[in-house]
Design a protein around this ligand. Structure first.
Ligand SMILES: [Zn+2]
Length: 269
């Protein structure tokens, strides 16, 4: 078996050649903690490349997830997972055998630059020029560390404050300031944090969030994934109700949301 070249969904002109996972890879990645799966994803995707390494920490979160699925579905003989769900049309339990390879019909390559630029939004009345970008591997690793450090008591004020801070960072990591060309990723992000915290909430900040969301829609790439309270879920191809007495195309269909956790796509023994 051989893994076909993987075009990075956010920059399809770049093609990555992965090698087949070995027993040694499975041993190296089998007992990873799922708390730090983004960090492990970076090492895994770098280690699996043939030839010159294109650092996966700089890929978008979608590139990374799609790459995990690409290696998984090109290297496994059996990619079928079975789901059961209660059908919203007939009320019965249906079983759906999903071949993960089918998801490639729903994966997309970006046909524009992987950022939106030239957006002017004021901070404290002063105009700044913003760029919007997808979350990258560095951001994903940092967000995962912040989530791991959240206080345990979910009802405490400390937890709520810290969780709000993580949500803010998730936005900050999707922005860039056009004039700030410091190569230090986190130093730049810290400056944006201070700046964004000083925005007026109802006007400037709301405008920023709206533009981040628009940018996200314009920059869709990779596997089709939806977020359910911050948790990524793969959108399944439509599954047709088996009860209805009609041709398949005329039957009502369901698209299931399947939890996507990076660590489930690592090789195991
Ligand atoms: Zn049904």
């Amino acid at each position: 078996m051989h893994i076909p070249k993987f075009p990075l969904p956010s920059r399809p002109e770049i093609e990555i050649q992965f090698r087949m996972p070995t027993v040694a890879d499975a041993m190296a990645f089998c007992d990873i903690s799922d708390t730090y799966e983004e960090r492990t994803t970076t090492s895994y995707l770098n280690q699996m490349q043939e030839g010159e390494i294109n650092d996966s920490q700089l890929w978008t979160a979608q590139d990374r997830r799609t790459a995990l699925w690409w290696i998984f579905s090109s290297s496994r003989i059996d990619c079928v997972v079975t789901y059961s769900y209660k059908c919203a049309f007939c009320g019965e339990e249906h079983y759906y055998d999903l071949d993960l390879r089918e998801l490639d019909q729903y994966a997309t390559l970006l046909d524009r630059e992987p950022y939106i630029e030239g957006v002017e939004i004021p901070v404290n009345g002063e105009i700044y020029e913003w760029r919007f970008v997808p979350l990258n591997g560095i951001a994903m690793e940092n967000l995962e560390i912040m989530r791991a450090l959240l206080p345990e008591d979910r009802n405490s004020k400390e937890y709520k404050d810290a969780a709000a801070n993580v949500r803010l960072w998730e936005y900050i990591y999707q922005t860039e300031l056009f004039h700030d060309i410091d190569p230090d990723f986190q130093a730049k992000a810290n400056r944006r944090y201070d700046l964004i915290k000083s925005m007026s909430i109802d006007t400037e900040f709301k405008q920023l969030i709206a533009r981040i969301k628009t940018a996200r829609d314009l920059l869709v790439h990779g596997l089709e994934i939806e977020f359910d309270q911050g948790v990524p879920r793969l959108v399944s191809p439509p599954h047709y109700c088996t009860k209805a007495d009609k041709e398949e195309a005329d039957r009502p269909s369901t698209r299931l949301l399947i939890p996507f956790r990076n660590h489930e796509f690592f090789p195991d023994l």
